[in-house]
Design a protein around this ligand. Sequence first.
Ligand code: TYD
Length: 217
Amino acid sequence: MIISFEGIDGCGKSTQEKLLAEYLTKAGYVIRRVREPGGTSLSEQIRDMLLDRESDIDPFTEMLLFSAARAQLCRTVLSKWNSMGDIILCDRFFDSTVAYQGGGRALADPEWLDRFQRKVTGGLVPDRTYYFRIDIKTAEVRKGGRSDSETDRMESEGEIFFRKVIDAYESLARREPERILVVDATRNVESIFTVIRKDTDRLLSQIGPVNTNGSAL
Ligand code: TYD
C-alpha cells in the first residue's frame, strides 16, 4: 500500500509523514519511508544534481531527471515492497512532477504528464495521497527566514512559480477526488494529524492484507 504526501515547500507534509510513520509503527505495521527525489543511491545522486543551485537545467531535462530518479526507485525498490504488502510512505511522488514541472514550469499538458508518470512508476499509483493545501504566505512563514544559501534550486523559485504549482495541485485534486484527500494545512499539527490518522485507519480497514510484525491491532 502506498501513501504519498504532497504540497508546496513549507506545507508541513514531512512533519505529518513522520507522525504517521510513528503511529503505524507503534500499531505494529511494517513501514517503509522514502523521500523523493531519492531513496536509492542513483536517485540520491540525481537529487543532488537537481537541487544544486549551481545546476543549469533545461525544464524538459529537469522533468526527465525527476522521472529517472523515480523510475529507479519504483522499479528497484518500491515494487518489491508493495508486492510484499508493506506500507510505503512517500514524501512526494509523481504528483510533484505534474505540479512542479507540468504546472510550475508549464512544461506539458497535465494529462500527458500524468500518463507518462504511470509508465515511469511501472504502474505504481498511491492508494492515498494527502495534499496539504496552504497559501504561499503561510508556507513562507513556516519555512522561516532562510538565507539564499539555505534554499535549494527549486525552493528558490519565486511566487509566480509557486502559484502555478498550487493551481496544478488543485486541479489534480479535482480530477482525482477518490485518491487525493485535501488537507487544510493552515491548521495546527495535532488537528491535521487527527484527519490523517482517521483516514489511514479507514483505508487500512478497507484495503487487503498489509504486512505487520505480528502485533498489529
Ligand atoms: P526537498 O528538500 O525534498 O523539499 P520538500 O521538503 O519540500 O519535499 O526538495 C525537493 C524539491 O524538488 C521540492 O522543491 C519539490 C521539487 N520536486 C519537483 O520539482 N518535482 C518532483 O517530481 C519532485 C519529487 C520534487
